[in-house]
Ligand binder design. Structure first.
Ligand code: DUC
Ligand code: ZN
Ligand code: ZN
Length: 479
């Protein structure tokens, strides 16, 4: 099986050049101008188009059991929708129930993911603590290719990690050379604010953002960062949505701390007015955590991405249909939290980032693919186009236009948060493992073709942190 992508402009994080890309057996084997085309090769004419590394979405929740229901998008439909938008790899989350063994949950998620049509990997959440969790973290890192652990600082009474769990887990992650990640919202404040708003008779979706104001995210972000600083471990903040959280990241990075931040396509372009919609279904469709913010936060998030203080873009793809959202008709705190977007992340980022001049094309590649591959240690197999890299590629037509709509999307959900958005620039072809899996609007996918991607520990940035840590060993005075 061989494929020649001919006549395009190759764009990676660090170069833009006219080159052909020849793929064989799932890998890029040759890359350069005017390559000879083997007689049996399939050919894509990429003239006038950009040839870029496939997108990597580091934050999805396919078929997640959550808030009394299960996310409607499964690993088959969800990875297929990703391919339709140029995303060729996801990192999803194993989320053990409190007291459930991490290994048991991990094996369950691996089984669910066997139907994936694109490559995938897993972060594992630490939702409780005892010696078995300590041991299982080691097993996951050493034997199962997991190098990142997730901590929900919200969802009190369910999966919330308190400070004791954070300290234990961050310490263990450090020992293992794994990266702790956090959903930063103060779960106690959310809980109390929800009770207060409901007691005041505010039961509709407008109560959702009021119960999770930016300060709630800022407090948790700062706490997680300070805990990481004390333990001298790097930390990664998922879905940074508020200026207050970004400020905590910028301050820490300016002081030399190794802190990473992710931003969602949705938080960059949608504001909190969506929760005031008269139509419950529309307002509830936007209920996710952290919520969409007042418009001025978007400007700051863009600046965060442009300055490099935020490094990755994601979707938190976690779909619930209107009948599922209706569980919170009389109580906003019971609306299943989650929105979709995996199919649209790349085109929204291109339209609002590259077409507006906020991002160069190389920066676009960096924030949609390369940085994620590097931070989570999948690079250079993923995240670039180079000889020997995985042939996960998107051919991007910068002139194609599209109106995003739930009527035409491939996502298994009845709503699209980007509904009606007119984008210029979209995937004409997506290549996964060297095969064309999306072409001119049609998916050509094979159930189960996706592979689990092992991510080894000790990404390069750990060496730097280790050196810093060695310089600051505890002081002991002999008396
Ligand atoms: N936020 C959501 O909106 N859904 C899933 C989990 C999360 O943190
Ligand atoms: Zn989250
Ligand atoms: Zn999430």
């Amino acid at each position: 099986m061989s494929l020649m992508i001919r006549g395009g402009t190759v764009v990676t994080a660090d170069q833009t050049i006219q080159a052909d890309v020849y793929c064989e057996n799932g890998k890029v084997v040759q890359f350069g101008p005017n390559l000879d085309v083997p007689s049996n090769a399939e050919i894509i004419d990429a003239g006038g188009q950009y040839v870029m590394p496939g997108g990597i979405d580091p934050h999805t929740h396919m078929q997640l059991p959550f808030m009394g229901t299960v996310a409607s998008e499964d690993f088959y439909t969800g990875t297929a929708a990703g391919l339709a938008g140029g995303t060729t790899c996801i990192i999803d989350f194993v989320i053990p129930a409190p007291q459930q063994s991490l290994m048991e949950a991990y094996k369950q998620w691996r089984e669910w993911a066997e139907k994936a049509v694109s490559d995938y990997s897993f972060h594992v959440a630490v939702t409780w603590w005892d010696d078995s969790v300590h041991k299982d973290m080691g097993t996951l890192v050493h034997e199962y290719g997991v190098n990142s652990f997730k901590h929900f600082m919200a969802y009190k009474g369910a999966i919330m990690a308190d400070d004791e769990i954070l300290v234990n887990s961050f310490t263990r992650a450090w020992e293992l050379g794994a990266l702790p990640t956090v959903h930063a919202e103060n779960g106690e404040l959310v809980w109390q604010l929800q009770r207060k708003l409901l007691a005041m008779g505010i039961t509709g979706p407008e109560g959702h953002p009021q119960s999770r104001p930016p300060e709630v995210e800022g407090e948790a972000a700062n706490r997680a960062i300070r805990i990481a600083q004390t333990l001298k471990t790097p930390v990664y903040l998922v879905h940074v949505s508020a200026r207050e959280a970004l400020e905590a990241i910028v301050r820490a990075r300016n002081e030399g701390q190794r802190v990473f931040g992710e931003v969602l396509a949705g938080h960059l372009v949608i504001d909190d007015s969506v929760y005031l919609d008269q139509d419950f279904t529309k307002a509830a469709a936007h209920v996710m955590s952290p919520p969409f913010r007042p418009k001025d936060h978007q400007r700051d998030l863009w600046h965060g991405l442009q300055s490099g203080n935020l490094q990755t873009t994601a979707t938190d793809h976690c779909c619930f249909c209107a009948d599922q959202k209706a569980a919170g008709k009389d109580n906003f705190s019971k609306i299943p939290n989650g929105t979709g977007g995996i199919e649209n992340r790349m085109e929204v980022l291109w339209n609002e980032g590259v077409n507006t001049g906020r991002l160069t094309m190389n920066e676009f590649v960096r924030v949609t693919s390369t940085n994620t591959a590097q931070i989570f240690n999948m690079y250079p197999n993923k995240g670039t186009i180079a000889e020997g890299a995985d042939a996960d590629i998107v051919v991007w037509d910068p002139t194609a236009t599209k109106i995003i709509s739930a009527k035409t999307h491939h996502q298994n959900v009845d709503y699209n948060i980007f509904e009606g958005m007119n984008v210029t620039g979209t995937a004409s072809h997506t290549i996964s493992q060297g095969k064309i899996v999306f072409k001119d609007g049609e998916l050509i996918v094979e159930r189960g073709a996706g592979r689990y991607i092992n991510r080894p520990p000790f990404a390069p940035y750990f060496d730097a942190v280790a050196k810093m840590r060695d310089r600051t060993s505890p002081i002991s005075v002999k008396r």
